[in-house]
Design a protein. Sequence first.
Length: 133
Amino acid sequence: MLEWSDDLATGIQKVDEQHKEIIKKVNELYYHGSNGLEQEVILEMIRFLEKYIVTHFREEEEYQEKCKYPNISEHKRYHRELEKEVLELKQRAETEGATATLITKANRILGSWLVEHIRREDKDFATYYRQHM
């Protein structure tokens, strides 16, 4: 399970709220997947996460464009990599079902990637944003 903590806060309210929502949904996916929730419900949770992550990334990138963030290309590349992985997870869930292995992989990918990305990339961006806006 992931836990929101102050060291994940970027100081950009909307970004932090979205990060909290993603963490909440990843935790729900793990919890329900571990407790045998119906396959279709789990698949819908994965679909929701896929859409929400894409929306979040686009909004975050808009902030980066506004302040002319110099590392935007690299940051976008990281976003596209995760989007690709989540799309692959969703496709596997649709064809193979939401297996325990798939749910574990989803939580590992989403959880570890998200936390590390926030701590490194998003916090660097947020520092730049606050200095230039």
